[in-house]
Write a protein that binds this ligand. Sequence first.
Ligand code: FPP
Length: 291
Amino acid sequence: MRPRSMLTPDSQRALPRPVAAPEPRPGQAELRARAERELGSGLPAHLAIIMDGNGRWAQSQGLRRVFGHKEGTSSVREVTTACAELGLESLTLYAFSVENWKRPPREVGYLMRLLKRFLRSELETFRRHGVRLKTIGRISDLPPDVQAVLAESERLTAGHQGLVLRLALSYGSRAEIADALRAVAEDARAGRLDPAAIDEETLRRYLYDPATPDPDMVVRTAGELRLSNFLLWQASYSEIFVSRVCWPEFRRPELLEALREYGRRVRKFGGLVSDAPSAVPIRARAREQSR
Ligand code: FPP
């Protein structure tokens, strides 16, 4: 018989312990250059993923939905490690949306415990791969114990120089834009901001994590063709890749397939190929194609 819960009760777990200093490792730029040579194509600096299909995968295996979330955690681990090794700068994972609060309380509770367990168990992996944890979303909506583990994990990984893993939690793009607009209005009312000077860059500065550049590619698993309120502002010029595979089966080979596809795209940002900003890694390839 399958155990009722695959998770150790909270009461038996301690907060994450401090981890040793980050291991010396090549910088992300060097790792990326190496990986790009091996793959023969440019890689995105920032990849964002809508992890979908956990429930469907579990049902296809004759399991309860929550086992899809549990198996999905292994995909999170494998994809994060692969992105760190490939030298990507940022990976944003849509782990829990503002709309997900509508799910049955048992499923929400399970996801929260899974998140805590993941953060505690991954600290050593984060250290080995130089992964730094960040969050975006209405973090204050999360249960206080989850907030505490997140804050501790962010603190313990703050000095890591490799991949930035951003977990989108209680995240919704419309909520993010509404939160930003409220802060803009407050600053304008207080005289800190001139309404006439507000432009796109002003609004960007009020989003949850303005320091991280926009995603170069958004991947969605399980075949659905929608953005589901994810990074609507930031993904304006992102390449979209939809994988038919459900998230628990999206592993390193599926990631590499998406990244190879990225290398085949030509990004023009509404202009001509020759206008593509130098930060875009596939620019060199795009230039060659246009010759
Ligand atoms: C969508 O699948 C997935 C989620 C709502 C949660 C994602 C959570 C994880 C991958 C595991 C925990 C995350 C971390 C970061 C440790 P769904 O349940 O909507 O699938 P369905 O559309 O097939 O029902």
